[in-house]
Design a protein around this ligand. Structure first.
Ligand code: ATP
Ligand code: ATP
Ligand code: MG
Ligand code: MG
Ligand code: MG
Ligand code: MG
Length: 258
């Protein structure tokens, strides 16, 4: 048998490669549900938007902000969430695999733990999982562009899905509905909803149209009477459905990221 004492730890470790995220950049960890098309089918999510499922996602994101102080902002839509770390973060010495795996696994286990709070009548049929990736954004402007891109995606998908499911619910097959919508512009989709189904797109709930943003209130607001063993807790974590494409949101909340 092999003499274990002869294995040099440095030699074994030398196979691990460095995976440090660029210093002083905003790190965005985006997690996304694995095969949630199927997961949402099996668990009979309402289409196009199951509000309880979105609220469960939001609740998990709030838990992430409470667990990881360096996460200053999160934006979520559908089965995905983007978590933004402040640029000075030294979480796990900025090793990407550790940061991604810690956030994704914490989010996933929280999702399972809280399932019953949001779906008291529905059994969780199997273990969901989320994949994750990390991207560094070197400037504040590019970071805001990233977040705007996710919200634009939310708009486009939600509008398409709202039309698609209205057509399906009105008796068309999925293929017919797809063909019907092929090549249509935003305005045409809004007209379809309004003329055929009497739905004003802009009156649909904000949580569907805007996605969800999670952040801490400015510390000064929340710090009062929140003293735990002499240590001040950071501001209260809130969920909002604001327009983060418009720069006015960021100008009004400079404490979040800049
Ligand atoms: P992948 O593993 O590649 O991410 P996926 O099946 O998860 O595959 P996505 O592009 O991530 O594909 O899309 C997620 C899908 O999950 C949506 O298309 C939608 O069908 C479903 N879904 C997620 N959240 C909800 C929700 N709140 N209400 C209804 N359906 C949802
Ligand atoms: P880190 O977050 O850095 O991994 P850690 O507290 O998880 O910190 P580890 O070096 O991973 O530290 O060690 C795991 C610790 O968990 C062990 O030191 C032991 O105290 C405890 N532990 C794990 N599994 C068992 C087990 N089966 N029985 C008893 N204790 C366990
Ligand atoms: Mg994916
Ligand atoms: Mg997915
Ligand atoms: Mg997705
Ligand atoms: Mg450990």
């Amino acid at each position: 048998t092999k003499d274990i004492a002869k294995i040099e730890p440095d030699y074994v470790r030398s196979f691990q490669f460095e995976n440090k995220l660029l210093p002083l950049t905003w790190v965005v960890v985006r997690i996304d549900g694995c095969h949630f098309h199927r997961f949402s089918d099996v668990h009979e999510f309402e289409k196009p938007n199951d509000e309880q499922a979105l609220k469960l996602m939001n609740s998990c994101a709030v838990a992430v902000l409470k667990e990881f102080e360096d996460v200053h902002f999160a934006y979520g839509v559908s089965d995905e969430y983007s978590f933004v770390l402040q640029k000075e973060s030294e979480l796990y010495k900025r090793q990407s695999s550790k940061i991604i795996s810690a956030i994704a696994s914490f989010f996933t286990s929280t999702y399972v733990m809280k399932w019953g709070d949001f779906f008291p009548q529905k059994e969780l049929k199997y273990s969901p999982s989320f994949d994750g990736r990390a991207v560094c954004y070197p400037t504040y402007k590019i970071l805001l562009d990233y977040l705007a891109w996710r919200q634009v995606d939310c708009h486009i998908n939600n509008q398409y899905n709202t039309c698609f499911w209205m057509l399906v619910k009105s008796g068309k097959t999925k293929t017919q509905s797809q063909d019907y919508l092929k090549g249509t512009q935003t305005r045409e989709k809004n007209e379809l909803l309004s003329r055929q189904f009497g739905i004003e797109y802009n009156s649909l709930p904000l949580i569907f149209r805007m996605g969800s943003s999670v952040f801490r209130l400015k510390e000064a607001v929340a710090v009062e009477n929140r003293v735990v063993s002499g240590k001040k807790l950071k501001g209260e974590v809130v969920v909002d459905h604001c327009n983060i494409i418009e720069h006015s949101f960021w100008e009004e909340h400079p404490h979040i990221l800049s």
